[in-house]
Design a protein around this ligand. Sequence first.
Ligand SMILES: *Cc1c(COP(=O)(O)O)cnc(C)c1O
Length: 813
Amino acid sequence: MKSTKQTPEVKAIAGKLKRHFGKTLENATREELYKASAMCIRDEVVDKWTAANAAVEKKGLKKVYYMSAEFLMGRAYINNLVNLGLLERYKTAFANLGLDVEEVASQERDAGLGNGGLGRLAACFLESLATLDLPAMGCGIRYEYGLFKQRIIDGEQVEMEDNWLEDGCVWEIERPDEEVEVHFGGEIVETWTDHKMKAEHKNYYTVMAVPYDMPVVGYKSRCPATLRLWSARAKDRFDLKSFNSGDYMQAMQEREAAEVISKVLYPDDSHEQGKQLRLKQFYFMTSATMQNLVRTHKERHGDLHSLPNYVAVQINDTHPTLAMPELMRILMDEENYTWEEAYNIVSRMFNYTNHTIMAEALECWEEGMFKTLLPRIYSIVQELNQRYCEKLNRYYPGDMDRISNMAIVAYGQIRMANLCVAVARRVNGVSQLHGAILKNDLFADSYKIYPQKYLAITNGITHRRWLAVANPALTKLMTETIGDGFIKDYRQFDKLMEYTEDEAFLEKFAAVKQQNKQRLADYLLKKQGIEVNVNSIFDVQAKRLHEYKRQLLKCLHILYLYNSLQQNPDAVTTPITFFFAAKAAPGYARAKSIIRLINTIGELVNNDPATKGKLQVVFIENYEVSSAEVLIPATDISEQLSTAGLEASGTGNMKFMMNGAVTIGTMDGANVEIYDQVGPENIYIFGANVKEIKTMQTYKTYRPGEYFEKNLDVRAALDRLIDGTLPGVSAHRFSDLYQSLLFGDYDGADKYFVLHDLPSYIGKFARAYKKYCTDPKGWQKMAAINTAKSGVFSSDRTITEYNDKIWKLEKLK
Ligand SMILES: *Cc1c(COP(=O)(O)O)cnc(C)c1O
């Protein structure tokens, strides 16, 4: 390591190395260099953060609490540098040390406290809130273990623990002075005093909630957001009484039982299970957040009636629903408010974002378990239900079917989405299509009573992380072409439209893509020892593994191409690399089989002389934010294949579009709005739309067997699953998948309509492929138009809409 020029950053890093590690620039490890430099960056962030927090308090600005069980933050280092405007200085500093800043930054572990889109949305929102100078706090759980790390061994997914805090986290600050008690179990004793019923909670057990705060810096702005994550601790951690009485094991067991609450993130996506520990986690974070919010407001304003003027709460899906009855409990039991007063406050403060309409993903809790764990919350939920049903009975007199459909408690289940719809002030969908489905379908009966409650706000992604951080080459080209104003102002993306016919620009745009393909190839060689052809088309499907996302459709398509090449060697000219990246929930057997199938198809096509060099299938291990940042900018074709009506929005689709990939997709979620932006000539749409799917469901007209019988290509592709030609597996290995496509699970048809959409997909892919091969300039123009039209999918636009329509916060000036 050569140590030449001592820039201020180099000096500061050297100082931290000396004080914290007793090391010099010459003998520090890369890990120590990462930590020392991150501490320097943190100092800058914290200055800004404390100043902003003081200013927000002084001016008495309203704040949004964005509550979410998941925050998929990824790494913070480069993002903080970009947003503070310090990247060039740190680049120079490390260059002086003979190092690359990206290399140092890659020492950071991903904060992977989320499963997928829902958790990443929360992360993008905090960054946009900070950039827009809107006062905000994200509230969640400080899971000690994030989403599992995925390895592929012999073609199968193997899960490993994600001990992300092992070496400490530079960005978090513990706030022991703000810890609160959370109470579980016990029973409720009701007494009458002053003509009022008083509920007293007895014989409960206590878990301590300790907050850890992390600043989230915005781009060239004043008001960093705070991510507050609660960690569970045993009360009386060092309970001398138990230790001294020789009950050491008892004391340790109790400690373990309390601390397990924030131990691990549930690795489940769109498939909720009513597990007791999960309910404990959700009550833990919501109770801690509500107690903290009440305490803070009382300190500042004394009276809690004004709470809705100073606080808006957004709940990200139903996981934080219990915040509503919990705040009712605090107001009534601890602050002596009447039911009506408490309800009035709560129903003006809370807003609910729905993320799915799939029945199996709508959260329900078994009444008995709920009552045992949370007796007081249970009685409040019962009362909410009773009053709500009385109200419903006035709108739908005697219509018991409708009322029991909408009830919060019914058939021994507590239904969180219904609770949200009953109490929240606003209920929003996450794309225009999804918002319409909420009104017309899932919550239609409620919509008729409260039409003003419902709105649709299309999701977004922060273009700082997904463009400025992930794709520096494209950011540089855009800056040279239209200036750097687009980084702060998403509306300026559109200025690129002027250049989409400019040959010199398109050539540079193509060169950027090529550079990013090389970057991905280098990454894969290093991480997985896989070589890929950078002169092939990069076709990517990256998202959680789920039947509704239809990775199986892509598998059948590859088998179709494989079959075509057996007959006609010219069926594929320009080679294609098919990338998959997807984690499956560990308990979702069929999803895991699909991973095995992808890898098996890879073994087949990557080695067969007829397809080798023409088709390659690559499974990228451990899809997470930091791998997405390398994969997405390298993509030519973005695969968005969900069954129409089932992907509420999608955000991966937006990331790919912004980075100049062309989408092949269904008319689902935000794909519809991508289509509206780029126009029919710059996207490949296939398959049944929502209306057609609905018709097939209503009249039960979908017969997968007919596609199998009539379409020889479909049949030949499907037969590969069971005819014994797949290498390394028995002929039965994929018979469950085969059956699921032909017969579904119970009523004789696949719920996801894979075979229905396959012929249409094959046709559209062929069109896209031909365009890429025969008209490269035309392709680059399409890709550039996709980037130019992606500004509207910035989460800055999304957050502005939430603020204008729901929160009504004032910016910190
Ligand atoms: C954006 C993102 C997702 C969501 O992808 P979808 O295609 O919208 O499902 C999931 N995982 C990671 C790591 C992401 O960055």
